[in-house]
Write a new protein. Structure first.
Lengths: 199, 534
């Protein structure tokens, strides 16, 4: 690394004297050489950018999202923070929240259009557990731990729960059902899907 | 050809509308799989959120316009609109009024009426609009449509998600800082409030991401940068040659890897980059279009300096340090143009809002809502050591402006930028000698970072520009001092923070990158001497 760094510095010192000489004695050649060098660095930069940033870019030791499409939401399937999916899913929808679940009550009330309680029996929960493979989005729900300013109780969670979303029947559905299990994992699905499984 | 030139704005709008409609069709499947909302209306709301900010900013700029040209008023409208939103929101939150949309709007309207009233009292007519307002609106609308397609490139990390987007989203729902404060109020004590407030703005529009606003700001910066270079180049060369020169430098900046990376990354650093460039532009180049003897600071410029420096202070914990450095540069710039009394008083007055805001905010956290944090205590705004350091920096800046500056200027005259650079280098050298091990680790991290991922071949381009500037034999003037002094300042700040990470997320590295647009602009300005005369 140091060799490269010193070599670059050395090359530019040589370049400085060379260009200064050309500028003083052959201004036209100086113009051509300097413009070519600028063009070369420009081409190198563009080449590097295309190679590094497109179609997507992941930093050294982090896992952010770099993308040139589908960024109307913060949610992105291949992001480390794909739990952001809960926002577009809850936004503008009415949520029927499992009566026994008071942990997510404030969170869902805050980010959904409206929340009301629904009785969900243990049999229904078992049914849902059986159909877990239908939930095509699963993500660690980092949000609740991070937003401890908004939900202080959530900030105390030692193990980050997961969120599971059933998206196949979500399109056009205005009502969702939210169920959580004993490990505080949250399951979000359309009411239509819930009824089809549990009734 | 003539038809295209004449109707460029309308053609641009037509093309942008086509791209926008195609984007709606393409986004539909992805969008509607998750959201109940209509994708077309969602994207239209994105456009409207941008246009509204622009119009508010434009109204403000027109009301304060004094010496700024109509083009500059148009180019600075959007960042000013964002500032108005954030300042009014922060005022409500700090004054402990419930944070509601109508209250922010009321404050903005009241402020605009106040500006209008002052203008009426001073019997100043509004500066006449030149050009076609319809064409102007078409251009703004076209850019807003393009950035709202969802196709722009973004980079997000942990901070972008949780501290800016999610926290900002929660603010309009929680409506007061008092409801946020807990035993660990990290977002209040360690995060600048400006960017979360921008996020709050889009939450009121029922949108998920502030990305279109971010992309609009990038284009706004590039437009202002190009406009400034064109003005410089036009002084030396024919318009056609000046246009090529401008285009070359816009492409050079746009393709510079760290610039591309860090401006597309939603971080407070990228927003400091925007506002720092706007601040530099209005302070150091606004007289390009007029006679320098009229003086540099019109009412409009003074208000913008106040506003943008306040924005930088609100953006990051170290924002105030950057602002103080900038006022030091501004005072040198003012040296030639005003009387001695004005030279001291004007920068001191303009720095006052940032200073008052910072110390009131710290007082508010410590003594009004009793905020505490368990994370990164050493760096938090409520840390005693940190507060003492900020007080010291503020005192030193005011002491320089009122006491030291006049003798320094008399003594050093034109050499002042060079002497200040040497003093800063000596301070850096002193710190390095004091702790050699830290210096070696620190230098090692810098070399690795400059040649590592994220920098690409940008170093070659930057060094080439430096070489060309040296050949052009320009004086080491105040513009050069802004760039070089800023780099030394960041090195000074971060050597104390023990910043040794060797990766792209290194905060010292991100802070240095904030100067890149100014560096390219200064180079473009200096290299105009190579342009063939008209």
């Amino acid at each position: 690394m140091y060799k490269e760094f010193l070599a670059i510095i050395f090359i530019f010192i040589v370049l400085f004297f060379l260009l200064r000489f050309l500028y003083a004695h052959k201004p036209e050649t100086f113009r051509i050489v300097s413009l070519s060098l600028v063009g070369l660095t420009l081409a190198l930069n563009i080449f590097y950018n295309l190679k590094t940033f497109f179609p997507s870019f992941v930093l050294d030791n982090e896992a952010p999202l770099g993308d040139s499409k589908e960024n109307l939401f913060l949610y992105k399937a291949d992001s480390s923070f794909n739990c952001e999916v809960v926002f577009p899913v809850l936004d503008g929808r009415t949520v029927l929240l499992d009566n026994s679940d008071d942990f997510y009550e404030l969170f869902i009330n805050t980010f959904s259009k409206e929340a009301s309680a629904i009785d969900i029996s243990q049999t229904d929960r078992d049914h849902l557990a059986f159909h877990i493979s239908d939930f095509d989005i699963s993500a660690k729900l980092y949000i609740i731990n991070m937003m401890n300013y908004a939900f202080p109780r959530h900030g105390e969670v030692a193990i980050i729960p997961s969120v599971y979303v059933q998206t196949q029947d979500l399109k056009g559905e205005t009502t969702l059902v939210a169920v959580s299990d004993s490990d505080l994992n949250l399951y979000l699905m359309s009411e239509k899907y819930y009824r089809s499984i549990c009734e | 050809m003539n038809f295209c030139k004449k109707n460029a704005a309308y053609l641009m709008l037509a093309a942008s509308t086509c791209v926008f409609i195609i984007s709606i069709l393409l986004n539909r499947k992805y969008f509607e799989a998750l959201s109940i909302r209509n994708v077309g209306l969602y994207q239209l709301r994105q456009v409207l959120s941008i246009v509204c900010l622009y119009l508010v900013g434009y109204a403000f700029m027109k009301l304060i316009q004094h010496r700024l040209s109509n083009t500059l008023v148009a180019l600075l409208a959007f960042p000013s609109g964002i500032c108005l939103w954030c300042f009014m929101s922060q005022f409500l939150l700090l004054a402990e009024f419930t944070y509601r949309l109508w209250r922010v709007l009321f404050l903005i309207v009241a402020f605009l009426l106040l500006c209008y009233g002052i203008r009426r009292i001073r019997k100043q007519k509004l500066v006449k609009y030149t050009g076609s307002p319809l064409k102007h609106l078409c251009v703004v609308l076209s850019v807003a449509l393009l950035v709202s397609t969802g196709f722009s490139y973004i980079i997000l990390n942990y901070d972008s998600y949780f501290y800016f987007a999610d926290y900002g989203k929660s603010l309009p729902l929680l409506m007061s800082y008092r409801d946020i404060v807990t035993d660990n109020s990290f977002v209040l004590t360690n995060i600048g409030q400006f960017l979360p407030l921008v996020s709050s703005y889009i939450t009121y529009w029922k949108l998920d991401t502030m990305l279109p606003i971010h992309s609009f700001m990038i284009l706004n910066l590039l437009a202002l940068y190009g406009y400034g270079i064109y003005l410089y180049a036009k002084r030396k060369a024919a318009p056609k040659r000046a246009s090529y020169y401008t285009a070359l430098f816009v492409v050079l900046l746009g393709s510079c890897t760290p610039f591309f990376l860090f401006t597309n990354w939603i971080l407070s650093n990228s927003w400091i980059t925007f506002y720092l460039f706007f601040l530099f532009f209005i302070c150091f180049t606004n007289t390009l279009e007029e006679d320098e003897s009229t003086g540099i600071l019109g009412v409009d410029t003074a208000l913008l300096v106040c506003g943008y420096s306040l924005a930088i202070t609100m953006l990051r914990k170290d924002g105030f340090v950057i602002v103080c450095f900038f006022f030091l540069c501004l005072s040198i710039r003012l040296m030639k143009l005003h009387s001695y009394a004005k030279q001291s008083l004007i920068p001191a007055l303009l720095l006052a809002p940032s200073t008052l805001y910072l110390f009131y905010y710290i007082y508010y956290l410590k003594n009004v809502i009793y905020a505490q944090t368990v994370l990164a205590i050493g760096n938090s705004l409520i840390n005693e050591k940190h507060i003492k350091l900020l007080v010291l920096i503020a005192l030193m800046t005011y002491a320089y402006l009122f006491l030291l500056r006049i003798p320094m200027e008399k003594l050093c005259k034109e050499k002042l930028p060079l002497i200040l650079t040497i003093l800063m280098l000596l301070a850096l050298g002193g710190l390095c000698v004091k702790n050699r091990t830290r210096f070696i680790d620190y230098s090692d991290a810098w070399v690795r970072n400059l040649l590592g991922t994220g920098f690409g071949y940008a170093l070659l381009g930057i060094l080439l520009l430096v070489v060309l500037c040296l050949i052009a034999k320009n004086k080491y003037d105040i513009s050069s001092f802004v760039v070089f002094g800023f780099i030394i300042l960041i090195l000074l700040v971060y050597i104390n923070k023990d910043n040794k990470e060797s990766n792209i997320d290194n905060s010292g590295l991100r802070a240095i990158y904030q100067i890149i647009p100014i560096f390219y602009f200064v180079c473009a300005q200096k290299l105009t001497s190579f342009l063939k005369e008209k």
